[in-house]
Design a protein around this ligand. Structure first.
Ligand code: DAK
Length: 291
């Protein structure tokens, strides 16, 4: 039965996403297969997850989030991957959580089943850096997912926003917190209270995105280039760098600086610190062992 399902024609794969399915789509370079995402390793050291639910503009239904969690876990523990690239299509990074899935939910159902609580696992347990490459819509949960990444790249035309107010609710996956920290209270308040969108060019100007590119092709090229650069560094140092930068979001400055110093000291225990500093002294290229 599973074999027959796997052989369904491509067009019939993209069904409404209301129930978890066992049907999986194989990607060319992944050992695993998924229905709502594509997984590949486009460059050495780079793992890519592409949200792939085109008919619903990559709306983030529960099975998609489950698959995304699995793929991120797999890359996080993979020996061949140093950095993760998370993207969608040219038209949509993600148009938010699945409104049709959420519409009939009651408080008690959502509360008792911890509805989409697994969103909070998405990035918090991934030690390797995640680059979000955003083109098209990144609304609601889509904007929140992009903001969970460590580096956010987008196209100038990308359509960001937290429109939940227009659905009679508020951001639920960190939007009110991350957007406010990134662009300031007044701008965030205006956007969240009106539900108005903002462009990728705005996102870059306000510091939410590290860079905005002229089009989708330039975005993907730029994101891959940065991913390759990161993957060329010591994986131990890369993970430590992500950890210390992220601490700046949670700790007061003095505690954050102390935390950074502890991690800095601990890296004298890594082989790669010896490799890196010796290579500098010998004017050679470091050959990382990732130990
Ligand atoms: N959910 C379900 N389906 C969606 C969708 C969504 N968010 N966005 C789009 N679609 C579906 C449309 O229903 C349509 O399906 P069919 O009618 O063809 O079956 C298809 O995608 C194409 O959409 P449109 O026909 O609307 O396309 P347009 O180009 O005209 O418009 C649009 C594109 C992105 C402007 C529009 O689709 C739109 O406004 N979409 C909704 C955007 C939105 O409001 N997003 C926020 C959703 S609330 C939490 C975690 C997360 C969240 C909450 C809690 N916890 C961890 C507790 C997140 C909440 C949200 O994201």
């Amino acid at each position: 039965m599973n074999t027959l399902r796997t052989l369904r024609p491509l067009a019939s794969r993209f069904q409404p996403c209301t129930l978890p399915k066992t049907i999986r789509q194989f990607s060319a370079t992944s050992s695993k297969s998924y229905e709502y995402i594509l997984v590949s390793e486009p460059k050495p050291g780079v793992g890519q997850v592409t949200l792939n639910r085109p008919k619903a503009l990559n709306a983030l239904c529960t099975p998609l989030i489950t698959e995304l969690n699995q793929a991120l876990d797999e890359f996080n523990t993979s020996d061949s991957v140093s950095v993760i690239l998370l993207t969608g299509s040219e038209k949509a990074f993600a148009a938010g959580a699945d409104i049709k899935e959420m519409a009939p939910l009651t408080f008690s159902e959502a509360y008792k089943t911890s509805f989409i609580e697994s969103w909070s696992q998405l990035t918090s347990r991934v030690k390797k850096p995640i680059i979000a490459a955003v083109s098209g819509h990144a609304l609601g949960g889509g904007c929140e997912l992009a903001m969970m990444a460590d580096i956010l790249y987008c196209t100038e035309q990308a359509n960001f926003g937290q429109p939940e107010i227009k659905l009679g609710t508020v951001p639920g996956a960190g939007g009110s917190q991350r957007l406010t920290r990134a662009i300031g209270k007044s701008r965030a308040m205006e956007l969240i209270l009106t539900g108005k969108s903002f462009s990728g060019a705005d996102a870059a100007r306000w510091g939410l995105a590290a860079r905005a590119f002229s089009d989708h092709a330039a975005l993907m090229e730029g994101a891959l280039k940065t991913a390759e650069t990161i993957a060329g560094n010591s994986r131990v140092a890369v993970i430590a760098a992500k950890e210390v930068v992220n601490k700046s979001q949670d700790l007061p400055l003095r505690d954050g600086v102390e935390y950074e110093r502890r991690v800095f000291h601990s890296l004298f225990g890594s082989k790669d610190q010896k490799v890196g500093m010796q290579a500098f002294a010998e004017k050679k290229k470091p050959e990382w062992t990732h130990e």
